[in-house]
Design a protein around this ligand. Structure first.
Ligand code: CAO
Length: 546
């Protein structure tokens, strides 16, 4: 075991950078290259990595301190013998960081005339890092930039950095996008440079020494994948015109963690120096979100407070019994659908006087065939016809929120009230089946549901649901859409009502209907047409033959 002093490595020419985050504490065990602290200069932030694996004995800097190359930041206990102070502790092979003198921006040879000149901008020397991620695009075509203004922000394993404009000018094009991987020499874009009397040539090269500085002075300790450029001559930061995302200040380790956790950084409240988002801020944000989720307060900002726990026995005698599995599933589905689906319910009464006359006339024949002809098979058939006539209801919203799924089959769910709870068996290809067949199938499915004999696939794949409370009673109710379906028909008890026929009030048998729909998928006009068609078919079932 040997103690080793940890020092700030080569900062690529930057001096007096801020310590913005301490990522370890005394006693922590770290692997070589693990981040110990995060420092930030004017143009870039970077992790200071552990030079060797070991146990942290102390960290002698704190957030807000200023440090320079060679400053001691702590001590580590390691199995590796400490290198002599003058020798690089872990001098990396620098083959990949060699091209110190190689120009990375084309010098505008003809710009001396003072005429605007289009200049290709290339990714500068990245201090040995290769294929780094473009994490932010700070400008867009047409933007005017000063020399040194950030064009894009890139991030490697250990640091993020701005890629500065080599000259003042107008951005003509940017050839990369967020998420791209870039390496030194890759084309970044095109800049129109206005040079006054030949001044543009040195200006265009200005970024080269700045970005190449770390290469010229090879890292003394553990190598950094991306080195920050040299501290600029003036405070370009003030002039930067960054996008909202780019205005969030965070170290690379925090950015990486945020990406891994899927957190949008500009939602996190920063408490670090210079309004920087720290790891603690990120953790606090996530803790808050989890707390909200557990209290049921999430879901598009609905902010519903959790129900209080109530001891009902204080009000009178009670008994507590477990909910059936079906009841629990129904409860979860109802909440999900109620909260996720913007519901609209449209009402109408269908005049089924003729349908009832016909149904009653067919009842005896149906019984001979062993089926019970209630209004439900007629409703199934009429709904199937309406789904074909108004296919706007025969859809589902794709989960990506970008697409709509149109169905070329007509399967209809039928809500069945069972002692164990609500079940919804599905009758397939309703549009292709006759009334007797539908009556038989509806009865069979209802019996199976009540006997708990439905198979999972017999409750899947519906395009639409019918919930009939007609045999029970009521004048109307608003059913909840059974998502991913987008419509449900609630049927109430048939009632004889006086209907004006133009000359007189006539007693007609009116069936109250309530059509609930998902307004994300279906518009009021579609619903109006669907309902009108449905009512017309129920009023005159001969239309089903058309
Ligand atoms: N108005 C008046 N009478 C009606 C009617 C209506 N809208 N619908 C059915 N009826 C009559 C039937 O004609 C039958 O009368 P007869 O025996 O004289 O012919 C009687 O009511 C009983 O019908 P049924 O219940 O045996 O059969 P059905 O086809 O009407 O219904 C089913 C089948 C499975 C839909 C029904 O039994 C059921 O479970 N309904 C409840 C659905 C439910 O719970 N929905 C709520 C979901 S949200 O919580």
């Amino acid at each position: 075991m040997a103690k080793q002093v940890i020092k700030v490595p080569d900062l690529g020419g930057a001096d007096q950078v801020d310590v913005i985050e301490i990522t370890v504490a005394a006693g922590d065990t770290v692997a070589q290259e693990d981040s110990l602290i995060v420092v930030e200069g004017d143009k870039a932030s970077m992790d200071v990595p552990a030079p060797v694996a070991g146990k942290i004995l102390s960290i002698s800097v704190k957030e807000g301190d200023k440090v320079s190359e060679g400053d001691v930041i702590g001590e580590i206990e390691t199995d590796v013998a400490e290198a002599p102070a003058e020798e690089p502790a872990a001098a990396p092979a620098q083959e990949d960081a060699a091209p110190a003198a190689e120009p990375v921006a084309e010098a505008p040879a003809a710009a001396a005339s003072g005429e605007p000149k289009e200049e290709t901008i290339q990714i500068p020397d990245l201090g040995g890092a290769d294929a780094v991620d473009v994490i932010e695009i700070s400008v867009q075509p047409g933007d005017t930039v000063e020399e040194g203004d950030s064009l894009i922000v890139v991030e490697g394993d250990k640091a993020s950095m701005d890629v500065p404009s080599p000259s003042a000018g107008t951005v003509v094009s940017i050839a990369v996008k967020e998420g791209d991987k870039v390496s030194t020499g890759d084309t970044l874009g095109v800049l129109k440079v206005v040079a006054a009397g030949g001044a543009a040539a040195p200006a265009a090269q200005a970024a080269v020494p700045a970005a190449a500085a770390p290469v010229e002075s090879a890292p003394q300790q553990a190598p950094l994948s991306v080195e920050p450029p040299a501290v600029p001559q003036k405070d370009y930061q003030l002039e930067r015109n960054l996008t909202a995302a780019a205005q969030v200040y965070a170290g690379p380790a925090v950015r990486k963690l945020a990406r891994e956790l899927g957190v949008t950084l500009n939602k996190v409240k920063p408490t670090g120096p210079r309004n920087r988002v720290s790891k603690d801020d990120l953790h606090n944000y996530i803790r808050e979100q989890v707390k909200k989720a557990e209290s049921g307060a999430v879901g598009g900002g609905i902010g519903i407070a959790k129900m209080p726990d109530i001891d009902f026995s204080q009000f009178g005698p009670v008994s507590v019994e477990p909910m059936s599995k079906i009841h629990k599933i129904t409860a979860a589905n109802m909440s999900r659908n109620w909260l996720n689906v913007p519901h609209v319910t449209q009402f109408d009464d269908a005049d089924i006087t003729e349908l009832e006359t016909f149904r009653k006339s067919m009842k005896a024949e149906a019984e001979k065939r062993g089926v019970k002809l209630t209004p439900v098979p007629f409703l199934l058939k009429a709904v199937a016809a309406a789904l074909r006539a108004e296919p706007s209801f025969n859809v589902s919203l794709h989960n990506d929120g970008e697409q709509i799924v149109r169905k070329d089959y007509v399967h209809v769910g039928m809500a069945v009230d069972t002692p164990k709870g609500l079940m919804v068996p599905v009758i397939r290809d309703v549009d292709k089946k006759g009334l007797y067949e539908l009556a038989a199938e509806a009865t069979e499915m209802a019996l199976k549901a009540r006997d708990g004999k439905l198979k999972p696939n017999e409750m899947q794949g519906a395009c639409f649901t019918i919930s009939s409370l007609g045999a029970i009673g009521g004048t109307g109710f608003t059913p909840i859409v059974n998502s991913p379906e987008v419509g449900i028909l609630g049927v109430s008890k048939l009632a004889v009502k006086p209907v004006w026929n133009g000359e007189d009030f006539e007693p007609r048998q009116m069936l109250p209907l309530a059509l609930s729909y998902d307004h994300r998928a279906v518009n009021g006009g579609d619903a109006g047409r669907f309902m009108t068609y449905l009512v017309s078919v129920l009023a005159d079932v001969r239309r089903l033959l058309l």
